[in-house]
Each structure stands twice: as C-alpha cells, then as structure tokens.
Design a protein around this ligand. Sequence first.
Ligand code: 5GP
Length: 195
Amino acid sequence: MQLLKEKILAQGQVLSGNVLKVDGFLNHQMDVALFAEMGREFCRLFGSEKVTKIVTIEASGIGIACLTAHAFYTEYGQHIPVVFAKKCRTANLSADVYAAPVQSYTHGCCYDVVISKQYLSPGDRVLLIDDFLANGYALAGLRELVRQSGATLIGAGIAIEKGFQPGGATLRQEGMRIESLAIIDRMDDSGITFR
Ligand code: 5GP
C-alpha cells in the first residue's frame, strides 16, 4: 500500500535488533486516516470471506482492527466485533479462557495471550489483524487461540511485514493466508527496501 510505504520511508527509524520504530503514526501516535485506508484495504482483500470476528492483540493491533471492522460496516453493512487478546504474565489461567504462550519480539520475554471463551466460538470465521509480522510468534499464538475455540481461521492482515525474518514464510507454508500491506525486504542504516 503506497501511502503506508511513504509513511514508513518518511518517519520510520531503523533501530538495532532489526526493529523498525514507527511511533509517529502507528505504535504511539496513531494516524487514523491511514488506519482507515488500511482497514478499507483489508476489507477489500477479505470482504468475500464472511468474516464474523476480527481478532487482534493488545495494544498496537487494536486501532487497525477497529478501523477494519468499521470498513466492513461502511462497505458491506456488516457488524463485526473486534476481540483483542490480552497479554498476561500470570501462569494462573482460569478455565474460562483460551490461552497460548507467545515470545515477545520487542521485549524478548514470554507471555500468554488470552481470550475469554465467551468471545470466540466454533461458528466464528476469524480474521487476524496485527501491526507487525517478524518471527511470527504473535500470529502463531493467535492462531492457537482460534484453534482451541474451534472457529475457522480465514487469514491474517498485517500492516508491516519484515520479509527478511522468517514468520511470513513459515506461516504461509503452514497454510495461513497472510496479506501484508508493506513488506520490507531489507532495512539498515542506508535505508529501507520494499518487496
Ligand atoms: P513476531 O511475533 O512476528 O516475531 O513479532 C510481531 C510482534 O512484535 C508485533 O505484534 C509487534 O508488536 C512486535 N514487532 C516485531 N517487530 C517489530 C518492529 O520492527 N517494530 C515494532 N514497532 N514492533 C515490532
């Protein structure tokens, strides 16, 4: 998506550890007009899939997921709830939740992602949304929650995929449909190259 790529080039900072900092429009301050464009694009890509639920992970996926749900409403009149998986550090999980372990890319540590059993059921057709795809741990964790619920996973919409890291290739090989709006093939001090 051209607009997103332009924002990344204009404002993205490449940090050590292969981290792209995009706090100016995505991870701290949020460019809602850009999110609306991203939402419309995900809606165009997944619009025929009879999605009943959008699942994301706190915190940075929530804004994009909400604007995607809003696009489904304005384009197709569909009311699709957004459920965000909570990140939880306590091992003490109740029987009322689906839970899966995830290793954090940016913080290194491990946490559980948790969704109440109330909000995902076998009849659901689920679209996953997230801000970044790197090693694929977050998406794999969300996929596991969907599996536990018995719902159908339609695929995943990602804002920025770092294509030089293995998550996208691995998960696609495992059969997940992933649509990324910007795929970065290379990034370093000299610049950012898109696929
Ligand atoms: P993965 O689980 O695929 O390794 O990493 C995805 C998660 O880590 C995303 O939810 C995102 O929060 C975070 N992440 C991974 N790489 C980056 C990055 O380069 N920049 C930022 N801001 N977040 C990242």
